[in-house]
Design a protein around this ligand. Structure first.
Ligand SMILES: [Ca+2]
Ligand SMILES: [Ca+2]
Ligand SMILES: [Ca+2]
Length: 431
């Protein structure tokens, strides 16, 4: 429904400062009122749920003083947060363009009304980029007096990026002494064999949902939270569209050995972002002695097996290093058996610096993601620095689990939290 800007349809206010909204009662106003009373009752709770951060509280603090108008303006911002949180497709269902972007009809809240106007300040098109923000203008009116504020809602990184391990669906199992040096997050049971080391001073701790079963020795380090964390869904198609597909002939029977997957200097066509794709053709995919600097996509795999030496490093786009989609009841199994990739021994220039003399320690870096189970079971000590994601995660053996510095701010396609959050400090009372 097209609505004109109230600045053009209103009349002069009593103090002559500016025009005000039309206050003509509308059909459905009672319903709006009831909805907004409910919304107001859950105001504090909903902003915490919607943003999951301090940002909402901080931003709304800008409007904390000043009584009913500020309360109404805040309700308008809340309404907008709620609107995008409740509709995963809001970027295509919201009205588009500066002239057609009223997100609400006038809504009544305890005698005042508000209207919310939103647009994409980057290019006027919500739908073209999932990382574009929403500029809001909220108008409140009581009788002939009006108030107005602006605010910015922005996408925010998926909350799982605050953890070193995240399992969205099934249990997490630790065995044979992994060391937790960063937080681990589950949505179900946390289990181990009593040998897990939780290094609290380094940031090790665990978190899962209330009611989930947690092994006794992990309990002192575990926080229970009321809500499950939403699944992590990196935009596989976005990466696939930018990937160099490894030809079947080069990966006979979908196996890759003694190979560097880097931007250039490997035996495949260079990819400017170091993004490579292996299509398993519904067969299993195996990697042995591989160095990866960038993002490796694997699809249509009847399981993925990574053995021998393996190291992955973040490429130019940051974030994900392994995105593996495998068939039902299969897993990604990482079974590293040597501590390093040895260029001289393998006669491979793994790091692409022009010689074959380097020794590269095995390590997992960045986000390693699968839509199924992830099983990490090295027979030598290794470090995982980043985020391991699966529906189901088993980690066996001498693994140090850490976060990658700054991983919370990775903004990768699909790696966003649900809805939007208020950009801290963006709320301005303009009238
Ligand atoms: Ca846009
Ligand atoms: Ca080298
Ligand atoms: Ca070298």
């Amino acid at each position: 429904m097209r609505r004109t800007d109230p600045a053009n349809q209103g009349h002069a206010s009593r103090d002559g400062i500016g025009p005000v909204c039309s206050m003509v009662p509308r059909a459905g106003a009672v319903t709006f009122f009831l909805v907004m009373v409910l919304a107001a009752l859950t105001l504090a709770t909903s902003i915490a749920l919607v943003t999951g951060t301090m940002a909402g509280r901080e931003a709304c603090a800008a409007l904390q003083e000043g009584g009913q108008f500020d309360w109404t303006l805040r309700s308008g911002i809340q309404w907008a947060l709620w609107r995008v949180y409740g509709d995963a497709n809001w970027r295509t269902t919201l009205p588009v363009g500066p002239d057609d972007a009223w997100l609400t009809a006038p809504m009544s809240v305890g005698g005042t009304t508000f209207m919310v106007y939103g647009f994409d300040p980057v290019d006027g098109d919500f739908a073209d980029d999932p990382t574009d923000p929403v500029a809001l203008r909220v108008q409140a009116a009581l009788g002939e007096t009006t108030a107005e504020c602006t605010a910015t809602l922005e996408p925010y990184p998926h909350p799982a990026l605050a953890y070193a391990v995240f399992s969205s669906e099934n249990h997490i199992l630790f065995k044979n002494g992994p060391v937790l040096q960063a937080p681990v997050r589950g949505n179900a049971a946390l289990d181990d064999d009593g040998k897990t080391v939780v290094d609290v001073s380094a940031g090790g701790r665990l978190e899962t949902v209330q009611g989930a079963s947690v092994k006794g020795n992990l309990l002192p380090y575990t926080t229970f939270v009321p809500q499950a964390m939403p699944e992590v869904k990196p935009d596989f198609g976005w990466y696939a569209a930018r990937a160099t597909v490894l030809p079947d002939t080069s990966i006979s029977r979908a196996s890759l050995t003694e190979t560097a997957l880097i931007i250039d200097g490997n035996r495949f066509a260079p990819n400017p972002n170091g993004i490579y794709l292996i299509d398993g053709g519904y067969d299993s995919v195996s990697l042995k002695d591989v160095y990866l600097r960038g993002t490796l996509l694997i699809r249509h795999a009847e399981g993925v097996s990574i053995t021998g030496g393996f190291r992955c490093d973040i490429g130019p786009l940051g974030g994900p290093t392994l995105l593996a989609r495998t068939m039902a009841r299969t897993m990604v199994k990482i079974d590293i058996s040597v501590g390093q990739l040895d260029e001289a021994a393998d006669q491979v220039d793994y790091n692409g610096d022009g010689d074959r003399r380097d020794v590269i320690p095995c390590q997992l870096t960045g986000m390693l993601w699968t839509n199924r189970k992830l099983q990490l079971q090295p027979s030598v000590p290794i470090v995982s620095e980043g985020l391991l994601v699966g529906k189901h995660i088993h980690i066996y053996g001498p693994v140090e689990l850490r976060k990658f510095p700054g991983q919370e701010s990775w903004r990768q396609p699909g790696m966003l939290g649900p809805g939007l959050r208020l950009r801290p400090g963006s709320v301005r009372r303009i009238r």
